[in-house]
Design a binder for this molecule. Structure first.
Ligand code: GCV
Length: 670
């Protein structure tokens, strides 16, 4: 719990502990000796020491707050809050529940003690709430220390090895526990030769990291290379059918769990973007996943097997291949065959974390499989934490997507919790997301991007939370006691910032109009003639990808009803996904009443206008913010304005030149 004063405290500044720390607090953990129990005691002791309260005996001294271990609840992370006459009791069957209860009190502040009398149980939506770090031990010549990281170096690694001093990881663990995250994968899914050794001779370093995460209820996972038996074990094959390979993995698992008995398991990216996998041996992803699963099963371990499998060496001339179809094609046929301890981790969209793309139909196609939808907290395609973009609303919309229509009501979040309409209710998965944290003093590059990390944790705990309410919590915690202007300004800048980003970047569900490689800034044809399979097919007459069954790639057929028909038909396809599913002329009239081309112009002008308005509001209020935050945010806004202007002019000019159709309002396009 030692915090480095040089590092921004994010949503746990000392002041947020005042309501708890100024009270008389009893901690009744019976004979619990768990590391998390020790954390609960230490957090309470530190809070009362800092804020004038006291640790008291529950039986004799009528405390204001009681933390009590009470047997009964089958969910070790759940807790109940009982309010009675201004006093509050947090009860849980496990210290982990008490820790979440403690952070619940911190989050609620004084309001927790004003609550009307009563008892309420709080429990997480699912038991797997994971962050994946794409951190490399060795700095990658192109991707850097943290792949798709925009927050400096890695908090885990420096100078080619695991950091000696992991205090920063401890602070991170505390922040994550206070938001609801309970698992972290510590290295990139693109696993290099050195990183492969994390389950070999570098295992003692993983032990050290797990030791730092454990007291905050966070389980450690490692990304492994499919080629480990060859790279580490000296075998000549990684064929999952080979008894030698099976034995090697079983031995590797034995060694890992002997060193870290509560280790979480392996994350794996196989046969994807150049990573090795079972295809090389003519095996399926089910063969591969189940072989690994058998190795870790005796230890209660999990295999997070990623479904991001597609052909990245596609010929753009070949119109039959549609990258969007790949995950479904590779995984749906094997539904029901994955072992109980395999979690198939599927990106929320069928392409790659775009600002707007359709939902992945693969997520709905695996009723007999444990599924974890994967999200990106780091903003690879959403402005690299240089643009102020709050993602809570986007995630909330995605998590609430009714895969079988509004009448059925079951959502993406329901599937993650095992509530698939054709499932038996036992296939409980969870959530995963790529972290946005680095060794930056603000953790996330843009100070406002902290709100995304916070929101991700909160939504994994309860996907039905109001994302603007979560943002409000974050503001209150991060800027305690700040004048009203701070709250108002952050809301004004962030509440609709996802929609704003969509306005000034790729329109109507067109994807990948970004600079190849970096994925920052506009490049409408950047991926148009590339092997990556991400095309929009703009020509002089129109734009969009025909993914219909009638005339296109047939992707719409991967959806359950009603979406298979809703997306198939031009009449019913929602405007925001029109170009994801259909190729239309620029003169096509949207449901909104405007044409495609005019929509492009209007939204790109509006997007920049909105950003300039945000900057105006920010400039008026920046003095109300802490000086270090103000300085960083102002720098980021300067870049956002430059970049947004670029987006507006490049996209508008591209479409004017393609279509030859003038802007109806005669604005400047180049
Ligand atoms: C870790 C995208 C990113 C890659 C990333 C990959 C993945 O393609 O650009 O950097 O690799 O997704 O999710 O595996």
């Amino acid at each position: 719990m030692t915090t480095d004063p040089a590092v921004h405290p994010a949503w746990l500044p000392e002041a947020s502990f005042a309501p708890l720390g100024s009270r008389r607090v009893a901690v009744d953990l019976r004979d619990d000796v768990s590391p998390v129990g020790a954390t609960v005691r230490a957090e309470v002791a530190a809070a009362v020491a800092a804020h004038g309260g006291a640790v008291v005996d529950a039986d004799h001294m009528s405390p204001d707050v009681v933390f009590a271990l009470v047997p009964g609840d089958t969910d070790p992370e759940a807790f109940t809050v009982t309010s009675s006459g201004g006093a509050v009791t947090i009860a849980a069957s496990d210290a982990r529940g008490l820790l979440y209860g403690l952070f619940h009190l911190v989050r609620r502040g004084e309001a927790a003690f004003d609550a009307t009398d009563g008892t309420r149980r709080h429990a997480p939506h699912s038991p797997l709430r994971m962050l994946d770090h794409w951190d490399n031990i060795v700095v990658h010549p192109v991707m850097g220390q943290v792949e798709r990281g925009y927050s400096g170096g890695s908090i885990f690694y420096a100078d080619g090895s695991v950091r000696e001093d992991l205090a920063r990881v401890g602070q991170y663990a505390r922040l994550l526990a206070a938001s609801g995250i309970n698992r972290v994968a510590i290295n990139n899914v693109n696993v290099g030769p050195l990183e492969t050794r994390l389950i070999g001779d570098l295992l003692p370093d993983v032990v050290r990291i797990a030791d730092v995460f454990r007291p905050y209820g966070i389980t450690t996972h490692v990304s492994v290379s499919w080629a480990s038996p060859v790279r580490l074990g000296g075998l000549t094959t990684s064929d999952p059918a080979s008894p030698d390979v099976q034995e090697w993995w079983a031995g590797a698992a034995d060694r890992v769990w002997a060193a870290i008995p509560d280790f979480g398991g392996f994350v794996i990216k196989a046969d994807s973007e150049g990573q090795p996998g079972p295809f090389a041996y003519g095996r399926t992803h089910a063969d591969g996943a189940n072989m690994l699963a058998a190795a870790v099963a005796p230890h209660g371990g999990l295999v997070h097997w990623r479904a991001f499998v597609y052909n990245h060496e596609q010929d753009w001339r070949d119109r039959r291949t549609d990258r969007a179809k790949a995950a479904f094609e590779h995984f749906a046929p094997y539904d029901g065959t994955f072992a109980d301890n395999v979690i198939v981790q599927i990106k929320h969209g069928p392409l790659d974390f775009q600002v707007r793309e359709a939902m992945s139909p693969a997520i709905a196609a695996l009723p007999g499989t444990r599924v974890a939808p994967e999200f990106q907290v780091t903003t690879e395609y959403l402005g690299h934490q240089r643009h102020a973009v709050y993602l809570g609303r986007m995630w909330s919309e995605l998590l609430g997507f009714p895969y079988w229509g509004a009448e059925d009501g079951r959502t993406l979040a329901d599937v993650a919790a095992g509530r698939h309409p054709s499932g038996d209710g036992t296939r409980v998965g969870g959530f995963a997301a790529v972290s946005n944290v680095g060794d930056d003093v603000f953790w996330t590059g843009h100070p406002f991007s902290q709100a995304n990390l916070y929101a991700w944790g909160r939504l994994t705990w309860d996907p039905t939370l109001d994302p603007i309410g979560i943002l409000d919590e974050w503001i209150g915690l991060t800027f305690p006691g700040a004048p009203a202007a701070v709250r108002e300004t952050v809301h004004a800048v962030l509440d609709e910032s996802w929609e704003t980003y969509e306005l000034y970047t790729a329109p109507l569900g067109v994807c990948f109009m970004v600079q190849p490689g970096s994925h920052y800034g506009p490049s409408p044809d950047g991926y148009e003639y590339s092997p990556w399979g991400t095309y929009h097919f703009a020509d002089r007459d129109g734009i969009g990808v025909d993914r219909t069954r009638a005339t296109g790639t047939g992707f719409t057929g991967q959806y359950p009803a009603p979406w298979s028909d809703v997306y198939e038909s031009l009449e019913t396809c929602p405007d925001e996904l029109l170009l994801f599913f259909h190729h239309v002329p620029y003169s096509h009239v949207l449901h909104s009443g405007t044409t495609v081309i005019q929509h492009v112009y209007d939204t790109h002008f509006e997007g920049l206008e909105r950003v300039l308005e945000s900057v105006r509001l920010w400039t008026e209020a920046e003095d109300a913010f802490p000086a270090d935050v103000a300085e960083r945010v102002s720098d980021r806004f300067a870049e956002q304005v430059r970049s947004t202007t670029d987006w507006r002019d490049v996209i508008n000019t591209y479409f004017l030149r393609k279509s030859g159709i003038q802007d109806a309002h005669g604005r400047t396009i180049y």
